[in-house]
Ligand binder design. Structure first.
Ligand SMILES: [Fe+2]
Length: 127
């Protein structure tokens, strides 16, 4: 069963959805079950994907990754960066050519940061 804030992808058409209310039935697209995009937390590849969280005045900056930018080409890029904190969800959509980072004004002390790479999938970190 799809859980709150899980992200699912249709492997046929490429639709991606995030769950905002648990309905109890499997998510289906193009006549087949959508695939849960598990949140990975540790990189093994050369490009870094785990969101790097930096506390800034009035909020947080999230970069992909810490020392070296993740590619942002048409073929390989970060589609969005999202943070969850204090019961609020903020999402910055990105496109090829953008810098792989986002700034969020939020009062929360503890946040979860997530990002989605069009090739390497879903990643998560917490501060
Ligand atoms: Fe990637």
């Amino acid at each position: 069963m799809a859980k709150y804030l899980e992200v699912y992808k249709c492997e046929l058409c490429g639709n991606i959805v995030e769950v905002f209310h648990e309905g109890g039935a499997p998510l289906v697209c193009c006549h087949q079950e959508m695939v849960l995009q598990e949140e990975k937390t540790a990189d093994t590849s050369a490009e870094k994907h785990v969101p790097y969280i930096e506390k800034i005045e009035g909020g947080f900056k999230v970069k992909i990754g810490e020392k070296q930018d993740h590619p942002m080409t048409e073929e390989h890029y970060i589609e969005w960066i999202e943070i969850i904190g204090d019961g609020k969800i903020y999402r910055q959509a990105l496109k090829p050519g953008d810098k792989p980072e986002a700034t969020f004004k939020i009062d929360a002390e503890k946040i979860i940061a997530r990002e989605y790479c069009n090739i390497h999938g879903h990643w998560k970190n917490e501060n």
